[in-house]
Design a binder for this molecule. Structure first.
Ligand code: OAD
Length: 270
């Protein structure tokens, strides 16, 4: 963890803030067992962006290399299906006992809600929401359904493979019936960010006085502009990440280690 004086200053800012935004990326869920995107063991190392980060690329992969699609879907679903909130998620939720907190997340794993955070804007969508091809809300699916999809995909990967079996395995996401074709509400490259979450996130950032950025590499826009927007509006920006991150204060360390320490230092055991 970073030096004690940085932690103390960050804790003072947090205690004095009236509106706090916590902005999270993949690093916030790493200690829940979900790989990040760009670290050495990240998703994009095994599943390149040009094949898997756009809907067009995914459809092309499904047609040309359907088994790879099953592997990708399993690699995304499995860790998220079994993940539980870590100490970082829990500390963020606990902070609501002391101050007004809005969570803005790029993660689609639902772990902030599972930890008990009440205001969560999922700007890159959610694995648990199904939309029409035009993006209209259709239904929610449960973590149990996601676990069932993941289990079916695992059997397909290990055994007899064919594309229709893969599509049937992820049927809760796709609809595949008289009610039309659906898709998970996941924002991929080239898509607009999820609404109303993105609008609400920007509003929250513009009126916050402290933004805590956790586990974001800051390379994917427009989400990456949020810390700068907060700064321009007069807020202080605290970053928690093992890698150096531009901020007023960078607390070096992991989400599950630093976030509970920061909340404890700011608010004690009150
Ligand atoms: P990245 O994989 O780009 O960055 C992860 C960040 O988390 C890095 O800064 C790591 O140093 C940090 N990190 C790793 N382990 C950590 C831990 N235990 N605690 C805290 N930080 C840790 O992930 P994102 O910035 O979230 O978008 O990626 C942004 C977007 O790129 C994703 O939402 C996704 C991806 O392409 C879309 O697909 C649209």
């Amino acid at each position: 963890m970073d030096d004690e004086s940085d932690l103390s200053i960050a804790a003072d800012w947090l205690r004095e803030a009236r509106n706090v935004v916590v902005f999270t990326g993949a690093g916030a869920s790493a200690e829940s067992g979900i790989p990040t995107f760009r670290d050495d063991d990240g998703f994009w190392q095994e599943f390149p962006v040009d094949e898997f980060a756009t809907w067009r690329g995914i459809v092309r992969t499904a047609l040309v290399q359907p088994r790879r699609l099953a592997e990708f879907a399993y690699a995304v679903l499995h860790p998220m299906a079994i993940a539980k909130p870590n100490a970082g998620h829990l500390a963020i939720a606990d902070m609501e006992r002391h101050t007004r907190v809005t969570v803005v997340t790029q993660n689609v794993d639902g772990l902030h809600g599972a930890a008990g955070s009440t205001i969560v804007h999922e700007i890159h969508g959610s694995l648990f929401e199904v939309v029409s091809l035009k993006g209209r809300f259709v239904r929610l699916i449960s973590r149990r359904q996601v676990q069932a999809m993941s289990a079916k995909l695992e059997r397909i990967r290990k055994g007899w493979f064919c594309l229709p079996r893969t599509l049937l395995a992820i049927r809760p996401w796709l609809g595949l019936g008289r009610r039309g074709l659906h898709r998970p509400k996941l924002v991929l490259f080239g898509d607009a960010l999820a609404e109303p979450d993105w609008t609400l996130a920007r509003q929250a950032v513009q009126k916050c006085d402290c933004l805590i950025q956790i586990g974001c590499s800051g390379v994917v826009w427009p989400a990456a502009e949020l810390p700068q927007t907060a700064k321009a509006a007069g807020a202080c920006v605290i970053a928690i990440d093992p890698q150096r991150t531009p901020a007023d204060i960078w607390l070096r360390g992991t989400a599950a280690e630093v976030m509970p320490a920061l909340v404890k230092r700011a608010f004690g055991d009150r």
